[in-house]
Design a binder for this molecule. Sequence first.
Ligand code: GRF
Length: 202
Amino acid sequence: ARVAVLVSGRGSNMAALIDAARDPAYPAEIVAVISNRPGAGALVIAARAGIATAVVDHKAYPDRTSFDAELDRVVRDFQPDVVCLAGFMRILTDGFIEGWGDRLINIHPALLPSFKGLDTHARALEAGVRLHGCTVHVVTPEMDSGPVIAQAAVPVLDGDDEAALAARVLAAEHRLYPHALALWATGALRLTNGRVTGADAA
Ligand code: GRF
């Protein structure tokens, strides 16, 4: 499967996907990395890995609809089968999301449906949960609420601060995203009534 990755920042999840895809046996190929921020570190990592990059700077567009229209055009130019959001920090319009159907996936740094939105690690510490983690899910118009493809849990330890917990979750993200993308890209999974099935056998 051809995969485009959308980023806004440092790109460590994108790098994990690129690394996984180096294996000829991996079922997906990263064909493009597209950022809404010209200064994103992810662009440097991708270019060094020999992957095509593009920037669609949201500041150059008057509204979300015109930004998303251009983003959609640029992404489609690379003819991806799957689009992965990896630290992409813009809310996408319903129109963009619906145009990709179940071919748009995201990684969220929490065990959904807990801790949707931002500042997940601080909120997990505040809530006193003992397990935290990350989720790869299909993107739907309702934020952080689409069908769950895969999750990984990590413990919350007594001495954790936000940075320590974030680092533990991030390490889990770097294992989970390549795994989940592989499951999704091979067509091993099915969406039935808004739920993902087939991951047990995979
Ligand atoms: C990750 O924690 C991801 O789950 C969240 O934003 C962070 C992006 O980090 N959505 P990176 O750019 O992949 O390093």
